[in-house]
Ligand binder design. Sequence first.
Ligand code: TRP
Length: 449
Amino acid sequence: MAQRDGFTSTFGVLVATLGSAVGLGNIWKFPYLTGTNGGAGFLLVYLLATLLVGLPVMIAEIMLGRTARANAVSSFEILSPRQPFWKSIGYMGLVAAVLILAFYTEVAGWVFAYVVKSLTGALGHTDPVAAKATFGALVSSPAQALLWQWLVLALTGGIIMLGVSKGIEAAAKKLMPLLFLLLIALCVRSLTLPGAAEGLRFLFAPDFTKINTGVLLTALGLAFFKLSIGMGTMLTYGSYFRPEQNIPTTAARVMLADLSVSLLAGMAIFPAVFAFGFEPAAGPSLVFMTIPAVFDSMPGGSIFMTLFFVLTAVASLGAILSILEVPVAMMTERWSWSRRKATLATLAVIALLGAPASLSQSLTQHWTLFGLNAFDLFDYLSSNVLLPLGGILICLFVGWHYGLPRLRAGLSNDGALDNGKLVGALFVLLRYISPLLIVIVMFKAIGAF
Ligand code: TRP
């Protein structure tokens, strides 16, 4: 009996964590960044960043949360009462959460719009010019761009206020296998299109001349974004972990499962990109143009296309709720606000910040900073600056302040697990290698050397 209980809960935690990791990052961001950054070389750097930086930081974050059992700010206060500096990691996470949601909810809005478009048959074409026009019409219409984002914000608020967020998360988890199956079907169709081989070459045969500093930083940023790390989401989730959960194993499984979803999305998209003559470097529109084309060349395609966008929308809501959990846990625990008040306040800030992002293809297209419009700026600032910075600080906290004995205790469940060697290696990564890699990539990106 005890055995079975243990299994069920271990699996439940695994799936919950996966629910935060899997989202638009896999379906939308991974393919589009792989396309704009030259393909396989980017994928290789992304894999290295995930193994050498992403996984160690994820394990550390979950461990800190489970040990302190509190939100991202209070956890550092509890674990390091004499050095108040460290709680700035939590405050930085708050800023990152809001910036991410300001553009993430917009992209989720596009997915909802595509659910409707797929139902009305507006997407039935494999022609790149028509596909581009359809997407362009959506994002360049101020009213549509704003309204779809607000729909997502209202849905998210509604879900929290009705107290059904557990329900949505449960749904997201149950629907995930379905999304996985649909992606496999898409891959099969895409890989059997004439000319598919070129897409596979683009995705898996690295061209090292295409790897430059920008590519390195983008891949590192994606590794953080994908695993929901560097801003307290995993720490907050860790605070809900059970004491007997094996953290390193859980994190490794989540990483592998998340990676498979991204790779499936890549294999569904790139063969089709080359088969139909799309532009691999199209940017954020890539998925929205290519996926409908693959479905269109498949029997029963329009039904499956609707299902695909519905599932992606649900997955994105799951990820949004996990990002919201960071500010909401902080406000409820530190300021004793109700969940409802904390959610509404956060959503209001996101709506304000999100408006210039969603209008960045229309009314606010000339509002630029460092040559980036609001949408790209929020994305860049969060993934390429705040998350890696948070990552460095988490590494330094664990590697130089928290120390090996406490890390060992935290990850071995106070000696119950025999993972001493693994934790030793992880400590070397966290103390030296991961922070150094992040620093080198970030300094190189700002042209320091
Ligand atoms: N990982 C999610 C995705 O790929 C997005 C996400 C959820 C996230 N929580 C996060 C990104 C925390 C950064 C930080 O869609």
